[in-house]
Design a protein around this ligand. Structure first.
Ligand SMILES: NC(=O)C1=CN([C@@H]2O[C@H](COP(=O)(O)OP(=O)(O)OC[C@H]3O[C@@H](n4cnc5c(N)ncnc54)[C@H](O)[C@@H]3O)[C@@H](O)[C@H]2O)C=CC1
Ligand SMILES: Nc1nc(O)c(N)c(N[C@@H]2O[C@H](COP(=O)(O)O)[C@@H](O)[C@H]2O)n1
Length: 269
């Protein structure tokens, strides 16, 4: 479990401000007053060949120290962090905010329809929750029969299962609208989605792009090579039957950060 606390300079934080959920009197103001769904920031680190990790089931460090601190700054500015179960299993992540002087901790959310994540008291996120340095996760699932000892561990630390009706599962996938509604019902008003590949690719699809308020990508100066877990959304065809770009950022804003560059923007709807 990493003990290191991180600092993130104000002058870089100011550059990110237009891409973050807006601060209001009670911390977060929704981007659209009418929206009942949380503000979604899609954020991840990628190699030059769009790799997230060297291979499925492995954890790969791409961010340099300054951009890692940026990720923790983002964690300090959202109510929740969302990952897919593939990432939970591969990374055993902490999903807390290790920024120096962090006033609050984000709620980890793991999308795990079939309860594949075999967490224990020694899983990093549970150890951090027990130590008061992070929150226990909420697990979004369609399986209403979790293992009794895992349920006791999770709920004893303040986490919970959020069970969606099996009818909301199509081909083992929930609709993002259903995922975001169940998150909103927990009073969580902003969420950063960190990955992994399947989760990111699905949010980049045109039918889901409307849910994404902001995209913040760390690009590291490295190629991971073939066989890596990649960001590569499904192919999209134009009206003439020819392929068109799967997704595009509008209003792109590039911020050099250490050896990396951070690309911020909005998904074209
Ligand atoms: N470089 C970076 O910033 C990051 C890298 N990663 C890497 O990504 C890799 C994991 O990526 P993947 O294997 O693609 O797994 P993933 O983390 O995207 O999880 C995929 C699984 O999550 C569940 N899931 C996702 N969306 C769902 C939906 N809409 N409805 C129901 N279930 C859903 C399914 O069970 C699916 O099999 C790991 O190697 C990890 O290290 C993960 C996060 C960030
Ligand atoms: N921003 C960023 N840079 C990288 O190089 C990464 N590998 C990731 N991965 C994401 O961060 C999670 C790990 O979090 P903890 O440090 O354990 O709290 C990991 O699960 C990915 O979501 N991110």
């Amino acid at each position: 479990m990493s003990e290191q606390t991180l600092t993130f300079p104000d002058h870089v934080a100011n550059k990110l401000e237009p891409h973050l959920p807006r601060l209001g009197p009670d911390r977060v103001e929704m981007p659209a007053a009418t929206s009942l769904l949380p503000f979604v920031t899609l954020t991840f680190a990628t190699s030059l060949d769009s790799g997230l990790s060297l291979a499925p089931g492995t954890r790969t460090t791409l961010s340099g120290s300054p951009s890692k601190a940026m990720t923790h700054y983002l964690r300090s500015r959202h109510d929740a962090i969302c990952i897919g179960v593939g990432t939970a299993v591969a990374d055993d992540p902490g999903l807390n905010c290790r920024l120096d002087g962090a006033a609050s901790q984000p709620r980890p959310i793991v999308i795990d329809p079939a309860l594949r994540w075999n967490f224990s008291t020694e899983s990093t996120v549970m150890r951090l929750a027990r130590a008061g340095r992070g929150l226990a996760p909420f697990i979004i699932t369609a399986n209403c029969e979790p293992h009794a000892s895992q349920k006791a561990l999770l709920e004893g630390l303040g986490g919970k299962y959020l069970v969606l009706p099996p009818a909301t599962l199509a081909k083992q996938r929930f609709q993002w609208d259903d995922i975001l509604q169940v998150i909103a019902a927990q009073g969580l008003r902003s969420i950063m989605v960190e990955g992994g590949g399947e989760v990111i690719n699905s949010l980049l699809e045109p039918q889901n792009a409307g849910h994404v308020g902001s995209v913040i990508v760390t690009i590291a100066p490295t190629w991971l090579g073939q066989g890596s877990v990649c960001v590569c959304p499904a192919r999209r065809m134009g009206p003439d039957g020819q392929p068109v770009a799967a997704a595009r950022l509008t209003e792109p804003h590039w911020i050099p950060l250490g050896e990396d560059v951070v690309l911020c923007g909005k998904l074209a709807k």
